[in-house]
Design a protein around this ligand. Structure first.
Ligand code: DGJ
Length: 736
């Protein structure tokens, strides 16, 4: 891995064994994007950039060289108003009311390692040798705005990170109207675009479409990364599939409103930009002040979408997630939400815990409703003191009793929220996000605490710390159940009101940093009505996320398949729930519910006290099986085999790093009359190894031996089933 600067050709070459990323300083001024893709040796880097004179509608900045036009030059961080008419990466508003600016190269610095971003989540290194970083310093001479483009290339991952820092070195203040984290100009537009979209209980469905002249936008204006769109987009070669073709993934390490845009220009080039959504954003930079953008993570794969996903999985699991649980087995848990909703008391929780202990679970999670007077969702958020009506002997006593059953104890919070019906709101009515003289719009009967205010953040850290220190709490579910409206802060002057949403995210990140550092033994799981904030920003603080409030096994196939495009399996919470399912009222088999949930961080979300003896035995067996398979599921390489978006069958598999073990999960949603004799071609196996294949679908003694080459080239024979909602698993163990 290295970053080279060639002074003769004025080119930068960022590379590792798999990828190259090349830039060139043109005319001693502009930083052009030359190439991003599979590694090249770099024989004639100076000769790669194509330039041609276009018409007068693409003006030149140099009268003596009409081939130099910012409108046609592929650029690294394009400006607005000085002859590039495409979508800009940033925009400023100067005191004189104008917005035109132009960044030119000033200097650069190449060094080992990767710096942490100030108060923002990011990927990291543990040893300096793991990465190299380039700071490219650009300036807008007229305003004396300095812009530092930071690029890091990792040794072990086909990934490059980018972020940007703005420093106002002028005497006058200026405003950032737009401050995106990256921009890349691809030399052609022959791509499909892939992104993850959906809604509450239908998160991260895969959407793929060709790009065409004009703009394509995926964004959130909700003050959260959101259920609707994920802060990720990929450009794919037309032939790109799961295991072949080129994929360029761009993922934003941020949990607030974002934009991801692709613009195809008249010359058929494609500009991609991503970052904080400029909509309702602006940031005042007084003289000497600076602004840091979030980080983007750029992954290139020429092994299709599967290759791209595995790079994200490895990088995010090992160098984005942090803390003790990063590398530890995740507990099998039972959560009481769908079992009781708000209607529980200590004895009910203990009864659930007793069965959880009997069947071999590790952790009991007490969800919403244990505090204030929270008998429904219309009150008490903010009143983080125990409801003694439900838990008469207090939290400590409940935790002690649960621990006596050899179960760890976990607790639900929704720390960013405040109910108007709460003691906290009566005491601090100005502590919520609001705009003077306007309605404070409620959603789920709640308002949002103003985390842009330091004293609000400090209060939450203090109150949560007190509870978390009061008893041995081993797990926290951090929920967030509405999006932002009337985004304003009572603590900010009018000139800074449009900073509120981003300042909120900075406050949230500070609170999470403080709490996760103060309680390093606690496993934190983030949640936002399920997967409304399933993003890399949250994963930096909390290594797992509740994937969706939809616990139906069939719906989960699409949700988990889509989520796996970017996010590691160890990040996905997945639980078996009761039937008829509470979200879609579907009745599915215990097998398919078990297999779908086992495909992530396994747990249960039903009233265990209502299980029959036979069901209890099934649960016990599922847990025992999961615990055996857990290392493979958590740390194995993940391969998607059959897409639930394309047909009635879904399959995926996990392969150990030495390829000596693998697990295949296969699902069929609806029964098929007189179906074909299907085979499932596997991936990731060693063609020279033989594997013994066993599984729940194969009859006793049927465990048979296949060559890795046979399983990859020809495939496993699949079962023919009667009945809907069927599933099975296959375990593969190398025998030589
Ligand atoms: C939304 C979460 O996604 C659910 O799992 C549950 O915790 C409820 N909130 C509780 O209000």
């Amino acid at each position: 891995m290295k970053i080279q600067f060639d002074a003769t050709t004025q080119t930068f070459h960022l590379q590792n064994e798999k990828i190259s990323y090349i830039m060139q300083i043109v005319n001693g001024q502009y930083v052009a994007h030359v190439y991003w893709g599979a590694r090249i040796r770099g024989t004639n880097l100076g000769g790669l950039l194509a330039r041609r004179r276009r018409c007068s509608f693409s003006p030149s900045t140099d009268p003596s060289d009409l081939s130099l036009s910012l409108d046609t030059l592929p650029q690294e961080y394009p400006s607005y108003g000085t002859s590039d008419f495409r979508v800009p990466a940033y925009e400023i508003l100067l005191e004189n009311g104008t917005s035109a600016s132009e960044l030119v190269y000033d200097s650069h610095h190449i060094y080992l390692g990767k710096p942490r971003l100030n108060n923002l989540p990011s990927t990291y290194v543990e040893q300096e040798e793991e990465a190299q970083t380039l700071d490219m310093v650009m300036v807008d001479k007229a305003s004396q705005l300095k812009v530092i483009l930071t690029y890091t290339v990792f040794e072990a991952h086909a990934a490059i990170t980018r972020s940007v820092r703005f420093v106002n070195e002028g005497a006058a203040e200026l405003r950032l109207q737009r401050a995106l984290s990256m921009s890349i100009d691809f030399s052609h537009a022959s791509f499909d675009m892939l992104h993850l979209s959906g809604s509450w209980v239908r998160e991260r469905h895969m959407e793929r479409r060709p790009i065409a002249p004009g703009g394509h936008v995926v964004e959130s204006r909700r003050g959260a990364s959101s259920h609707s769109h994920n802060p990720f987009l990929a450009l794919l070669s037309k032939d790109c599939g799961e295991s072949h073709g080129e994929a360029y993934g761009i993922s934003l390490v941020y949990s607030g409103s974002f934009t991801a845009q692709v613009e195809v220009d008249p010359y058929d080039t494609a500009r991609v930009v991503m970052g904080i959504n400029p909509f309702d954003f602006s940031w005042l930079l007084a003289s000497g002040e600076s602004f840091q953008t979030p980080e983007t993570v750029l992954v290139y794969s020429n092994e299709g979408l599967g290759g791209m996903s595995r790079t994200y999985h490895h990088l995010y699991r090992t160098r984005l997630c942090r803390g003790m649980y990063r590398d530890q087995a995740r507990p099998v848990l039972v959560n009481n939400w769908e079992a009781t909703y708000f209607d529980f008391d200590a004895e009910k929780i203990i009864a659930i815990a007793e069965t959880a202990h009997e069947v071999g679970m590790d952790l009991l999670v007490l969800d919403d409703g244990w505090f204030g007077k929270r008998d429904h969702d219309r009150s008490s958020l903010g009143d983080w003191f125990v409801d003694l009506r439900k838990l008469p002997d207090g939290l400590e006593d409940l935790v002690r009793r649960v621990n006596e059953l050899q179960l760890k104890f976990g607790l639900w919070f929704e720390p960013e929220m405040i109910s108007p019906e709460s003691e906290l709101y009566r005491k601090h009515p100005d502590w919520c996000l609001h705009v003077p003289n306007r309605r404070r719009t409620q959603a789920r009967h709640q308002l949002i605490l103003d985390f842009s205010r330091e004293e609000v953040c400090d209060y939450i850290v203090e109150v949560l710390s007190a509870i978390l220190s009061s008893s041995p709490i081993a797990y926290v579910k951090w929920d967030m159940n509405r999006n932002m409206t009337e985004i304003g802060s009572a603590a900010l002057p009018p000139t800074r009101q449009r900073e509120t949403a981003h300042r909120y995210m900075l406050g949230l990140y500070r609170v999470m940093e403080q709490l996760t550092s103060a309680f390093p033994h606690i496993l934190f799981e983030s949640c936002s009505g399920g997967g409304g904030r399933f993003d890399p920003g949250m994963l930096h603080y909390m290594p797992q996320t509740w994937t969706s409030d939809n616990t139906d096994a069939v719906e989960r196939l699409k949700i988990q398949y889509g989520t796996s495009l970017v996010y590691p399996i160890s990040a996905m919470g997945a639980h078996v729930s009761a039937v008829p399912n509470h979200q879609v009222h579907r009745v599915t088999s215990m097998d398919i519910r078990g297999h779908a949930a086992m495909s992530g961080n396994f747990g249960y979300e039903l009233d265990l006290t209502k299980l029959t003896a036979e069901e209890k035995e099934t649960v016990r067996q599922q847990i025992a099986l999961y615990k055996e398979l857990r290392p493979l599921i958590q740390y194995g390489d993940f391969y998607r085999l059959l897409s639930p978006f394309e047909g009635n069958q879904t399959a995926w598999m996990y392969v150990s790093s030495e390829r000596s073990e693998a697990l295949v999960m296969y699902f069929q949603v609806l029964a098929e009359p007189n179906p074909p004799l299907r085979k499932l071609r596997l991936q990731g196996l060693d063609p020279n190894m033989d594997y013994s294949v066993s599984g729940d679908w194969l009859a006793d003694g049927e465990a048979s031996m296949y060559g890795g080459d046979e399983l990859v080239q020809i495939g496993l024979n699949l079962p023919q089933w009667k009945g809907d909602f069927r599933s099975c698993y296959y375990r593969l163990r190398a025998v030589r």
